[in-house]
Design a protein around this ligand. Sequence first.
Ligand SMILES: Cc1cc2nc3c(=O)[nH]c(=O)nc-3n(C[C@H](O)[C@H](O)[C@H](O)COP(=O)(O)OP(=O)(O)OC[C@H]3O[C@@H](n4cnc5c(N)ncnc54)[C@H](O)[C@@H]3O)c2cc1C
Ligand SMILES: NC(=O)c1ccc[n+]([C@@H]2O[C@H](COP(=O)([O-])OP(=O)(O)OC[C@H]3O[C@@H](n4cnc5c(N)ncnc54)[C@H](O)[C@@H]3O)[C@@H](O)[C@H]2O)c1
Length: 458
Amino acid sequence: MTHDLLVIGAGAGGLSAARAGVRAGLSTALVTDGPIGGDCTFTGCVPSKTLLAAAAAGTGAADTFARVRATVARVAATETATVLRGEGVDVVEGRAGFTGDRRITVGGSVLSAPRVVLATGADPLLPDLPGLAAARPLTTDTVFALEDAPQTLVVLGAGPAGCELAQAFARLGTTVTLVDRARQVLPGLDADAGAVVADALRRDGVDLRPGTTPDGVEALPGDRVRVAGIEADRLLVVAGRRPTTTGLALDRAGVAVDLRGAVVVDGHLATTAPGVFAVGDVTGLSPLTHAADEMGRLAVGNLGRPRWRRHRFRADRIPRAVFTDPEVATVGLPEDEAGPDAWVAEIPLSAVDRAVTAGREDGFVRLVAGPLPGTSRLTRDGLRRVGGGRLLGATIVAAHAGEMIAEVALAMRIGAVTGRLAQTVHAYPTWTLAVRQAAAALATGSGPGVTLRRAGRR
Ligand SMILES: Cc1cc2nc3c(=O)[nH]c(=O)nc-3n(C[C@H](O)[C@H](O)[C@H](O)COP(=O)(O)OP(=O)(O)OC[C@H]3O[C@@H](n4cnc5c(N)ncnc54)[C@H](O)[C@@H]3O)c2cc1C
Ligand SMILES: NC(=O)c1ccc[n+]([C@@H]2O[C@H](COP(=O)([O-])OP(=O)(O)OC[C@H]3O[C@@H](n4cnc5c(N)ncnc54)[C@H](O)[C@@H]3O)[C@@H](O)[C@H]2O)c1
């Protein structure tokens, strides 16, 4: 069967690509060997955020897991094969493998198209630890199917998944030990943000073991485990993810993968094979739902254009939020990468009235701004004269940081100077006033409660 566009994988990236294809008037086939909605709906964002919310509300463990299942089912019902067929997508169920250039088999059928989008996602990565398989570890593929919370749990990996799940289980009454080889929690993020989250986890009773690299896992009777000298009822491994390419026979299509197993793409998301693009977690770039969604749209737009008219995927415009309590949200450049000419305005939440009234003073808002193009190194006064500089990035740690970052992402998207944020009237007393307070300090040279400094000079 021949289509205009073949999309392989029906997670966030594949769904976005398939819908973009239909919008562009292309006959579009969406091939998937798993449930529509992918990782985000079934084993990622939706169950984890439901678990966090139910645990924070003091819901008992059994009811929490029932709520997780009900919520997943509710979200999944909005994106069934029937719904997609109604939108004009030809949904094909089964595992795809390439047999040649832009030609695949699914079950007994052969499908081909001049344009292909690979969106096969990623799977949990199990470290190469002796005894790990025998210990029957939980992963994000299995943890949300529990009926009840274990009494004791070791979480291996203190990245976003590990921190969110450690906090959720601690709040469900589980005794949690969080182990990571890195010296801080959330090692991919700013150390100050990691420190605030570490304090919050400790307050919830999580035993933090940074700088710990287990050399093996011992399975004990009844699914119990011993790891890094800690005994627990269960082990949850959240040590990263590996792009899913097994069984695709990418070599037959001329699609190259890198050493991590990620499909190699250029800045426009084109793979090494003509007419084949890749989006989402399989690329190893920004492994986030909204990034996969953005990439899906972009890839389909780019597939129809000559190279010089294609749009670049801008990872620097993708915000990121970790849904611990407090949340951590970032966009753009972190302070350490902004260069010596950038300026930083930082306000602790203890200087923000909404945080004080809510009794939630843990956290901060940090804005990074740089000189406008063509401007030489700026003094504090010079910064004021160029409207506070162009926004380069932000790190926010706050109860609602994931919501607050959207304003900064918008300002960056439209290339606004920080003075524009300062001139925008914000309702009092809101959390986002903290962003305005920090922006005002950049634009005016100082501000109550705000520290203004050159980037890198903490
Ligand atoms: C616990 C957890 C929490 C998360 N929380 C968040 C969050 O809060 N916010 C956020 O933005 N991101 C979050 N993420 C990340 C997010 O889930 C992923 O970035 C996103 O789902 C990736 O979408 P995707 O389309 O690339 O891949 P997937 O959703 O993995 O979809 C890929 C699909 O391809 C199919 N497939 C694979 N191989 C084949 C084949 N050969 N033939 C046919 N079909 C195939 C699979 O069945 C799968 O359904 C979280 C992840 C985890 C694990
Ligand atoms: N809120 C969100 O957006 C959210 C939430 C959860 C997951 N995710 C996404 O899902 C993906 C997976 O998340 P993750 O937290 O599993 O991955 P990650 O790669 O971010 O973190 C894995 C952690 O495990 C540690 N680790 C790995 N191997 C180890 C070992 N042998 N011993 C000790 N420590 C070890 C690493 O140091 C790291 O801190 C990420 O890409 C993330 O973007 C996003």
